[in-house]
Design a protein around this ligand. Sequence first.
Ligand code: MN
Length: 330
Amino acid sequence: MSQIQRLEKLLSLFSSSSRVLIVINADPDAIASALAVKRLLWRRVQEVRITHFNEIRRPDNLTMLRVLNIEMSFITDIDDRKFDRFVLVDSQPDHHECFAMFRYDAIIDHHPISCDSALFNDIRSDYGACSTMLTEYIKASGIKPSQNLATALIMGIKTDTAGFLRQTSMEDVRAFQYLYKYTNPCLITRIEHAEFKEKDLDFIASAIRKKRIINHRVYSHSGKIENPDQCVITADFFMKMDSANWSVVSGIYNKKLVIIIRNDGLRKNAGNMAKHAFESIGSAGGHKTMARVEIKMEDIAPLFDTDKFESLIGDWIIEKVESNAGIKTE
Ligand SMILES: [Mn+2]
């Protein structure tokens, strides 16, 4: 099917009285794809709303919504009886129970095909981003994308291809090149630079003061913490140091020890290291470059002969990681 035919088939699902709900798991690619669908349907239907069910917490994603003036509604604020057409982008109905709540008229996605249950299904799993597919729809429709739409689509492609370091197709490159002339590069930079909130910066400052560096591994244990996401941000931040091969940032949250592990991925495997070191006492897992460990404090207590063991946890983590970090596991 040509792109023009796809576009015509998609548009034929709607009439001027249609009330359309676009459902997404909001990340940059899904948000941009939804915006593009909304643009395609502009002045063709009665109403288009975008709804998401996940909480958006990443500062860069929040900045994207703010600087591009993107309007979305949280799923609990939506009365779905008001809508008679449902569109799913960047996912398939079996990806999440919240998606399965609706019967879709159209599904446009780039994940491996698992549930093409709509009237119109366009699933192209060789594409790096759903935003690339929607860029092709926009092009086929003859619409000149606004600066905000083009910037959103570029963010979708950049995010899902990790800046073209991950699975990418020629179509992704072509879409990027096409969109670039319509974007404002300062907006892209503004979004991508938004890594921290002010509170995160205070957390990082205190983690820097507590850091210890052993064998190019940066350790920092923060004791009791209010938000484990800050350990993630800090672990990523430490990897910006030129000589850091690993970073291990930990804290105690909800009576659990949370350890966030990052490395540069060069002959290392964070997930396997975490399992070797911690699986016997808690949950541990991850990938080559990132891992997460969670251990109940009550399960750590018996490992120490003192009640005041909390002050020893930082050293205990270092000992565990140092004796396992060399493990050769692929
Ligand atoms: Mn995607």
